[in-house]
Design a protein around this ligand. Structure first.
Ligand SMILES: [Zn+2]
Length: 69
């Protein structure tokens, strides 16, 4: 795989990306912290991933709630 590192929108070389903290919405569960990577030239979003620094405490707490049957 050849990685030329060009922005798919503006075509400039990606020597830097802007990283922003965003929230991912997961239907009825709590928002999940994510990171977005965007081009510093044209601001197009290149990728979004789960924030590896986010602690899964909310998900664990939600899983611990027993459903009424
Ligand atoms: Zn760009």
């Amino acid at each position: 795989m050849i990685n030329q590192g060009d922005c798919p929108k503006c075509g400039k070389r990606l020597f830097h990306v802007r990283i922003e903290s965003v929230l991912g919405q997961n239907n009825d569960s709590d928002d999940i912290r994510c990171l977005s990577y965007s081009c510093i030239h044209c601001n197009v979003v290149l990728n979004i991933q789960l924030d590896p620094r986010a602690k899964p405490r909310r998900r664990t707490a939600a899983a611990g709630v027993e459903r009424v049957t």
